[in-house]
Design a protein around this ligand. Sequence first.
Ligand code: ANZ
Ligand code: ZN
Length: 819
Amino acid sequence: MEENNNNQNLNFSNFESKWMMEWAKCGLYKTPEILNSKDKFYCLDMFPYPSGSGLHVGHIEGYTASDIVSRYKRMKGFKVIHPMGWDAFGLPAENYAIKTGIHPEITTDQAIKNFTKQINSLGLSYDWDLEIQTSKPEYYRWTQWFFLLLYKNGLAYKKKAKVNWCDSCATVLANEQAEGGVCERCGNQVIQKNLEQWFFKISEFIEDQEYKGKNIKGLLNGLNDIDWPESTKLAQINWIGKSFGAKVLFKIKSGDGEYNLEVFTTRPDTLFGCTYVAINPEHEIINKFSSEISNLEEVNKYINEAKTKTEIERTSLNKEKTGIEIKGLLAINPVNGQEIKVFVADYVLSTYGSGAVMAVPAHDERDYDFSKKYNLPILEVVSGGDIFQAAYIGDGVLINSDFLNGLRVEEAKKKMIEWLSANKLGESFINYRLRDWLVSRQRYWGAPIPIIYCDKCGEVPVPEENLPVILPSDVNFKPTGESPLNSSESFHNVSCPRCGAKARRESDTLDTFVCSSWYYFRYLDPKNDKVFADIEKIKKGLPVDIYIGGAEHSVMHLLYVRFFTKVLQKYGFVDFNEPFIKLRHPGIILGEDSNKMSKSKGNVVNPDDVIKEYGADCLRMYEMFLGTFEDVKPWNTKGIIGLRRFLDRLENLLPKVNSNDNNENYDKLILELNKAIKKVGNDIEEFKFNTAISQLMILINVFYEYNSIPKEHFSKLLLILAPFAPFVSEELWSKIGNDFSIHQQQWPEFNESIIASESICLAVQINGKTRGTIEIQKDEEEIEVVKKVENDEKLKNYLGSKDYKKTIYVKNKIINFII
Ligand code: ANZ
Ligand code: ZN
């Protein structure tokens, strides 16, 4: 028969709902009034898209971590700002509406209700008074206001652009949403279309700038001021893609007039090795010189084929390079006067540099492949490689290069740029990969762009006092390739704000990333109907102290929020430059089979089921105990049972807890308690939730060594457990007769001298020879001890480099390094 210890277990479902109501009733998590920016702590989660499928375990990982930090900081006396809201516009609700006919507002509201219920059932300590929803007019009124702010300052503009277009979603996609040439949403092939689109000038904020005596740090330099994961900073740096190089002019030999073909190169040192030039299929010289091109028909055929391919396909490194010679045109290499062929090739992008390249087959992989295929000369100009085998891209000494011969690459670059400038044939140039942000979408479920078109006045911004431009509901969702807002009669019933003539509204909506670029401001003042947020409140509440959310947002969202903050700083709305001082990403939780959780694999864990069976605290602690917070890790159902047992064991201590009759020696308990208070606190600060929980487990075992437990000590144990397990700790806190609420108590103090009394002097040997001693904690783990030796000023010299063969560790006595 199975062991039945039900009656010993915590009846969590009863007290979880009881405390949930108590906490809500007394407004336990209301944000206290912030008096100055020093005593506040702004702990922010990436707000979710309220999808129909509810919270997944990944949400819970991040939200639990931020909840632990928020609760801990409250106990440490900080005034904590911990809000939650909804990134409510977006494609899934709209696609669902297209399929079912149910308006996105209805499905969104349902999803939000469900999310709220789930979040509350997890005991997450959000201040719901700060709640926001981006699809509400009270919110998007200010999203539109931001659009106008950018527009007035020349930072929002319209231009024709080649865009990724998904025919089945009938919308434009950002490059990031079209990776691999397929639509992120529906998996269909993405094509290229030329359309009028709205852009935000993010490129103007890449570098530092001076404005009205202020220094506005740019997107690159600002990274030095923030505590973000290095990998995320690197992703942003690569995304911005700053390349130092030169522009070089190649004369095109033709019958009529002068034409200079401009190319961008990062390797001006290799100019003597340039054996042909290549232009992109949309390049203007094809039309300009069409009468001189002898194989025009062939060239046009090639160009038309290239147009059907996406940029991603065309530039893929492993794809075979294609191109076609433009017969009848020759270019002149400016440095040696040589006549070289001109190709049109689809590996050359129209949107990068000048849309043309000087090809150096010996030292560029793409040019090398191309030359092999089309039998073009390969001339080595940098020694060090074997150009019969492959392009050599490394450093070396210049050869076959006249006045550059004998120089190394870096010097040769400089010298070539000097030569080009002196001869007016080129100049140094910095190129960026980052393009301006395309913000218009031909979709319904987004914030309307506040622009009106008048036959007389042209493009007119909606006056601020007329905001919000309300999203109409009489709209046909079905995708037609046009913006759904085109079909709304009421929406376009508008007159020109300038001349009063009948006019039409812009029918595109804004990318939802615009809505999420400023929400952390609105939380501080969610009901303000005069400004997006009161300046004084911003001063006291921002910047965000810790931001928690997925690494998949490393480039788009996390770059856009920084851009918005910089714009606000530039125009005097805020006096800081970076919105998020510190950022941490939760690692992805895989299914039990170590695959990504997905419906098709059937390995998705539903948090509601786990809560029902094991309780909310158990799920919280389990997810925090799964492994290192930032690491990818698989789900493991066995582990949940372990955490459930831990919580039950905690309750089973209750009969031993009393206020008097304590006649045992509590030295060990007090020591362990002090150690745990210190370690758990430090671990929370460092996002090491798993080791904090290990420490709590060790501590409980020590409590089990006693027959009677002083209430004072047990209370402290509950206090340091409280951020992790808010329900259980509240329940037991009240059961042993303490006053409501445990979540309004101070974090307990620890006594450093008690902890220190336990330190041990450990002998350190290198190859059997004693070289010194170090101080360690009793029973300290080997990795910790090794770390201490490696960091010891004196001992680390004996170790030399760190690659010793092994270590022999005798606990509390000696460690021997074998080198
Ligand atoms: C000659 C050369 C010689 C190049 C060499 C490289 C190596 P990054 O570093 O990414 O900025 N390029 C320039 N414009 C291009 C375009 N529109 N489409 C495709 N490629 C383009 O890359 C800069 C290099 O990419 C440039 O330097 C150019 O090739 C190529 F041994 O010029 B290089
Ligand atoms: Zn007008």
